[in-house]
Design a protein around this ligand. Sequence first.
Ligand code: GLU
Length: 497
Amino acid sequence: MSDFRVRFAPSPTGEPHVGNIRTAIFDWLLAQRHGGDFIVRVEDTDRARAVDGAVEVIIEALKWLGLEWNEGPDIGGEYAPYKQSERLPLYAKYAERLIASGFAYKCYCSPERLIKVRKERSKQQNTTGYDRRCRNLTGEERNALELELRARGENPVIRFKMPLDGTTTIDDLVRGEVTFENRLVDDFVMLKSDGYPTYHLAHLVDDHEMRITHVLRGEEWLPSVPRHLQLYAALGWKPPQFAHLPIILAPDRSKLSKRHGATSLLEYREMGYLPHTMVNFLTLLGWSLDDKTELFSTDSLIANFSIERVSKAGAIFNTEKLDWMNGHYIREMSTNELADALLNFWQAYPPPEIPSLPSHELALEIVPLVQERMKTLRDAAPLVAFLFKERIEYEPDELIQRRMDVASTHMCLEAAHDGLTNLPAFNAESIEALLRGMVKEIDVKAGQLFGSLRVATTGQRVAPPLFESLEVLGRERSLALIADARDRLDVATAAHK
Ligand code: GLU
């Protein structure tokens, strides 16, 4: 192991957004590339925003993508993620230490006062939201406010003392040097009155304690960096290296949000995208090798990934490209792999077209019918719906192809029925040879004969390849469907007369 250590630090506030998962993928790739450690740390100190079950969903998403972490509390041969809520005394200890060393102070301001002050100050330009009243209290004032607050059963918060002048410069691995003016940065809260730390204190203490070397996160965190660098300095710690990743945009160049469609990674699973597609696709949102290579195996991502090639510009989430990529990876799968993927998918999300989970054997037969025509795993079930229907629904008229009439259609169905009855081996190859020969014999166009048979046996205009479909249906069922089509045609014509 190298001393390269990265962490993914999700807040359990809901389903994991593709942007956060992109960060996790970059972290993981970097750890793999350098033989370092990948750590998952749940940042659950904001109790108001925590959502029940969110941690489980995040874990599920990471596992689905194969982003395994290699450290954390041992839970029987597996690692759980670290959880900040289990480490509270640690943060309190450092907050107290910062008070003792003069870098932090207790603040007794009521929420009402803070709102009022913020509102007043928002009219002035170039100032902070909090007026730093409690930073400058005398010992006496402090004691009085402390007693008053405690008498009400409340606790003060602890704020960090930002320097009142000077600048703080970050040397970001993606953005280069960015400088901030200290006087514009608030004396931020590190420890809340409920004893829980804020993100600013908690993540920093953990990154230090966990010896994190590289912090990758969304660019929305960049403005918080001056706080963090000042806090590192106050604690006498060396900061890790930072890489602030570009924002993910919708095609209209606004921030990707629910109104553009799915934003949760697991929704993409449910829509039938493969995990490797998501890894490949999300990696290209902000990283590129050479501006032209799009398809990468996991190994080649690991071999090539580097922060130097992460761009500053926002990355556009292009669903057409995602579909194209998924179709590509579906076509690359072996029959067996795709059969397994379909069965797992249908088990997790039973499609309305398929009444019960098919056998593995049937799934193997289905694959050649659908593999070339799928963009997502969801596309398969509608294509093979006919295999699972008691009765195929269509209008008898649909059997009659262009430039055909009832009589010629009847003749086609009849000829096919006879031919297929006597065919020695009922497989796609011999079915095709038979039907192609028949076209000449009965003097119709291939499209006319095949079109009628397609409607008769699948009820679908857009269906999988005909010969393969007949093979999967089997001789008995195919013949019954063709005979039924002939009868339906007859009944419909009789009714017209
Ligand atoms: N908990 C923060 C988030 O979910 C983590 C940011 C960071 O990686 O430092 O955005």
